[in-house]
Design a protein. Structure first.
Length: 647
């Protein structure tokens, strides 16, 4: 339906005069109501080669109003300024940009729902859906009022995406609605999906249950939950799956000194665990190896010092420390009864008479060393831990002390100062209840066990996993999100050929600015999410980044996102950051985002042919992210109170 004529054409705007026959701000075409008199609505105008140029209304005015006379003629002709956006060619294919502009006096028409299907590329949706479900409903257009907007699933989920906006702008609702939509399809079970949500605010559990789709399986994890809490599955991040880099970052270890030291500790811990948990007939191997290590420590101490007094003092300190370590653990003490007797003999040999020991300690050590099966001990010492092999964290402290003593015996007297911070963090890991979920393996002793706990086995596959991290401290949150994502990504990288494109994984990063920071002050030397952002697409491993502070996000991660849903953002710094990452982001977009109400969003990227302003559909059920009703919580009706008192 024609509503007006082109009166003038500029490079970035077209002036339109509305026909005097068109009254009001809407028209009825074949029973459908179309609104055109509102800012942001769509119109179309044909050019000389019969292409339809899609335009957006940017200004509405009446040029006949005399500014000096306060009079209004509501029947007068109105005029519009419209901005060209893109072109529907003669093959009904939409492209952004304008090649040939319309001529003056060209007809200006209403953009119909059929036109929207063409430029949104959903005109063949029904045909496609006979084969497989292709799109999901996102919301209602603010440009073409009441028009439902569907997004192509492949275009949205086949690349990294970002959902940005201030707190309370509707990000959580958007994420919940999108995931609900892809799982809530009749005749489609979506059993091949694998979505993991890091729920930083503990709000997504309420949004997902079996009423969404009985065929879909959900799993709700939470670290360090009480035994009485049956609504969650206990989440475990086994310590033995941390890489050396991840251990170093968690312990705040430096590369120069502490990282090699910790590598030695891990290897020693693995050796102790391996021999301590071997078959009963081999229990003596543990004591034999420990005796071998003690004797070598004493030999090192005897070689390093210049005087007997210094040598004996160092040796006595080593023996006292080892004795304390063994006696501090009942299991360790039970396995080392004969060794404790040997240590007692060595301690008795640590005597000084007139400044000399007369080789008493050397003789005692030689005597004990003769009991050692050296070949077996050296075989154990040469054992190396491979990534993913289980070891008991309870041996970490004894291993750390043993490596420290070894360095002391070699004359490295500064090692304890160099490693003080790291060892404090080790005590935090060993003793703090916040780290229970990293220590308690709950029958998870292999990488395969851990992966099955996240996704279920082949016969019990889980499509949606939610890990509630709301009660974790910032450093542990960074460890959990990074390590879990790294483990899953490493498994994807093992796939070859077509297997890379099967069973894709999508990670939803809630409040991503907390662990994907712009300033690179990561606990980890390289943030795994930046690596996933760069390489994940090749392995069908995708990120959905959600943040209220895009200015604090890693530019690497944000720049690799190709789809954006941007809710209200009023912080100028955040807006400038978005504009820097996205050079085609115009002032018009900025104004729309700043003026959006909660639930509205600007959508652009690979998933849509042109930027769209939407009211996002409400999630059902909603995530637990509603605002507090302050008056309701503050005030109680006095009459109701008095009535209760009287009763």
């Amino acid at each position: 339906m024609v509503i007006g004529k082109v009166m003038s054409v500029d490079y970035n705007k077209i002036r339109v005069k509305i026909s005097s026959n068109v009254k009001g701000n809407s028209v009825n075409i074949r029973g459908e109501i179309y609104y055109f008199g509102n800012i942001g609505s769509y119109l179309k105008v044909d050019n000389a080669i019969k292409e339809s140029i899609i335009c957006e209304v940017i200004s509405i005015f009446d040029a006949e109003i005399d500014n000096d006379i306060v009079s209004f003629n509501t029947e007068s002709n109105r005029e519009l300024l419209i901005k060209p956006i893109g072109t529907i060619d003669i093959n009904n294919f939409f492209n952004l940009g304008i090649g040939i502009y319309p001529g003056i006096y060209s007809d200006v028409s209403i953009l119909t729902f059929d036109d929207m299907k063409i430029f949104l590329r959903t005109n063949n949706k029904e045909l496609l859906c006979n084969n497989i479900h292709k799109s999901f409903h996102l919301g209602i257009s603010k440009n073409l009022i009441n028009y439902p907007i569907s997004i192509n699933i492949d275009n949205f989920f086949n690349i990294h995406s970002a959902i940005l906006g201030n707190s309370g702008s509707g990000k959580s609702n958007t994420i919940a609605h999108i995931i609900q939509e892809i799982h809530r399809k009749n005749n489609y079970s979506a059993v091949g999906s694998k979505i993991l949500i890091f729920d930083v605010n503990g709000e997504y559990k309420e949004a997902f249950n079996n009423s969404t789709n009985p065929k879909i399986k959900f799993k709700y994890f939470k670290p360090n939950i009480s035994e009485d809490d049956k609504s969650y599955v206990p989440f475990y991040l086994p310590h033995f799956l941390l890489s050396l880099d991840e251990w170093s970052s968690f312990l705040l270890a430096t590369d120069a000194t502490q990282r090699p030291f910790w590598d030695s500790v891990i290897q020693e811990c693995f050796r102790f665990y391996s021999i301590a948990n071997s078959e009963k007939k081999e229990k003596s191997r543990f004591e034999n190896y420990f005796r071998y290590r003690v004797c070598n420590l004493i030999y090192s101490a005897l070689r390093q010092a210049d005087s007997d007094t210094t040598r004996i003092t160092t040796a006595a300190s080593i023996l006292g420390t080892i004795s304390s370590i063994i006696r501090s653990d009942a299991k360790l003490e039970e396995s080392s009864k004969n060794l404790l007797s040997d240590i007692y003999d060595l301690q008795r040999a640590c005597t000084i008479t007139f400044g000399a020991n007369h080789n008493e300690l050397q003789k005692a050590t030689d005597k004990i060393f003769k009991q050692v099966n050296v070949l077996d001990a050296e075989e154990i010492k040469n054992t190396k831990k491979n990534y993913g092999e289980f070891f008991d964290y309870k041996f970490l402290k004894v291993s750390a002390e043993l490596i420290l003593l070894e360095e002391d015996a070699r004359g490295n007297k500064q090692i304890r100062g160099y490693t003080a911070t790291m060892l404090t963090r080790l005590n935090y890991f060993l003793d703090n209840p916040d780290c229970n979920f990293m220590r308690n393996k709950n029958s998870i002793t292999t990488l395969e066990d851990y992966l099955n706990s996240i996704w279920g086995g082949n016969d019990n596959a889980v499509q949606l996993t939610i890990i509630d991290t709301s009660e974790l401290s910032p450093d542990i949150l960074e460890t959990v999100t990074s390590v879990t994502s790294r483990i899953l990504f490493d498994e994807r990288k093992k796939l070859i050929g077509d297997n890379r494109r099967k069973k894709p994984i999508h990670i939803v990063l809630d409040e991503a600015h907390r662990y994907i920071r712009k300033n690179h002050n990561y606990m980890l030397k390289e943030n795994i999410f930046e690596k996933i952002a760069r390489e994940g697409r090749k392995y069908s491993f995708y990120l959905l980044v959600s943040s209220q502070r895009p200015s604090e996000l890693s530019e690497t991660v944000l720049s690799q996102c190709s789809n954006f849903i941007i809710h209200r953002i009023q912080n100028e710094r955040d807006m400038q950051h978005i504009r820097a990452i996205l050079p085609y982001f115009s002032d018009d977009f900025v104004n729309k985002i700043k003026q959006s109400t909660p639930g509205e969003a600007l959508v652009f990227g690979n998933c849509v042919p042109m930027p769209l302003h939407l009211q996002i559909q409400k999630a059902d059920p909603s995530p637990n992210s509603k605002n507090c009703n302050i008056p309701k919580e503050w005030f109680i009706n006095d009459n109701s109170v008095n009535s209760r008192v009287m009763n």
